[in-house]
Write a protein that binds this ligand. Structure first.
Ligand SMILES: NC(=O)c1ccc[n+]([C@@H]2O[C@H](COP(=O)([O-])OP(=O)(O)OC[C@H]3O[C@@H](n4cnc5c(N)ncnc54)[C@H](OP(=O)(O)O)[C@@H]3O)[C@@H](O)[C@H]2O)c1
Length: 327
């Protein structure tokens, strides 16, 4: 595979940011795009100098010139189009959450294995240099046994319509799946699966969470997590151990800087991100494709499954159900 040819399926807000970053990554190019709205597809293709554009997702999936498809539709459609692409032996990078529940994620993993097609959830934070540094400091045992994690993701989305992707249950809305997935991911990445979960949601009239507090308990530590569409917040992540702490600057999920604190000593690292930060997940997917992997060793399919199981449990505790959940 000399130059890896990417396709983007669904051309909304995130697709634009992703395409901008993709243009900064070596060894790949954006080759085709598809939107259900032809004019949008054409405009996008002109803007990003893309060879092919389609007014239909299936045509993109069937395009033999394309190696990997980035699924950038709304949550409720991630499963459907990822499944279709994998079944047609296309590699898939799908926006988070990969799918809305455990059973959908399991089916996608089976489909990836059956077709030997690469599948990765686009949890972009995992691949950036800040997180590489965080994991390296933890591996070097710089802060000792971890006792406490505190992370949140919050913004004021109250003016968005009840039909928006944030609040509509038919679009698998709610803060947990949209942004709460990030603090959960941080706790899971650092501490693994908890032994107990307690959570409490404040819900919209449409039945999804507009804010939710989550307490994960481990043998010797706690993670206090939170997500919300109700207000803005600074969003610093704190990882605290017996010997020191690591603080990831605001907004931690996309931050290029973090600080290691050990008593009086502070060590700050500041990275010059390539693009906004989506470039690192693109590079990871490219590397995996070149090596013939069907999953990334950095964010495995099992990691995605573990995370969705946590989200299922939290939704169950708060009776957050989606109308389409029978797959
Ligand atoms: N990684 C990140 O930083 C990040 C940030 C924001 C969002 N996201 C994730 O990215 C995904 C897309 O978010 P977005 O902000 O890009 O959303 P968006 O702009 O509202 O919509 C994305 C695409 O979904 C399709 N779509 C929109 N409304 C639809 C409807 N009612 N029914 C069926 N399809 C519809 C459209 O595809 P067509 O082009 O075909 O019309 C649209 O272009 C979500 O899963 C979200 O969780 C990730």
């Amino acid at each position: 595979m000399e130059v890896i040819r990417w396709g983007i399926l669904g051309l909304g807000n995130i697709a634009h940011k992703f395409a901008t970053d993709l243009s900064k990554v070596n060894g790949c190019k954006l080759y085709g795009v598809a939107s259900s709205r032809e004019q949008v597809a054409e405009k996008f293709a002109v803007e990003f100098n893309v060879k092919k554009f389609y007014n239909n997702y299936q045509k993109l999936i069937l395009d033999k010139e394309i190696d990997i498809i980035y699924v950038a539709t709304l949550n409720q459609d991630h499963y459907k189009y990822s499944f279709e692409a994998l079944s047609n032996k296309k590699a898939v990078l799908c926006e988070k959450p990969l799918a809305i529940n455990k059973s959908q994620v399991q089916n996608l993993i089976k489909c990836s294995k059956k077709n030997s097609s690469f599948l990765m959830e686009a949890l972009w934070t995992r691949f950036n240099p800040t997180f590489k540094q965080l994991l390296s400091w933890l591996k070097e045992d710089m802060i000792g046994p971890i006792r406490y994690i505190n992370a949140s993701f919050s913004f004021n989305g109250l003016k968005r319509s009840i039909d928006s992707r944030l609040f509509n249950p038919h679009k698998a809305g709610g803060s947990l799946l949209d942004i709460g997935i990030y603090p959960l991911f941080l706790a899971y990445l650092v501490l693994g699966k908890p032994k107990d979960i307690k959570s409490n949601a404040i819900k919209t009239s449409s039945g999804v969470d507009k804010q939710i507090g989550i307490l994960l308990s481990y043998e010797n530590s706690h993670a206090v997590l939170y997500s919300s569409f109700s207000h803005n917040e600074e969003m610093i992540a704190r990882i605290c151990g017996e010997k020191g702490e690591i603080y990831i600057d605001s907004r931690w999920h996309e931050s290029p800087s973090l600080t290691l604190v050990r008593g009086e000593k502070r060590l700050k690292r500041n990275f010059n991100f390539k693009g906004k930060g989506y470039s690192y997940e693109i590079e990871e997917a490219n590397n995996c494709l070149r090596k013939g992997y069907i999953q990334s060793p950095l964010w495995t399919q099992k990691n995605t499954l573990d995370l969705v199981v946590l989200m299922d449990e939290i939704r169950e505790q708060n009776k957050i159900l989606y109308p389409m959940e029978n797959t």
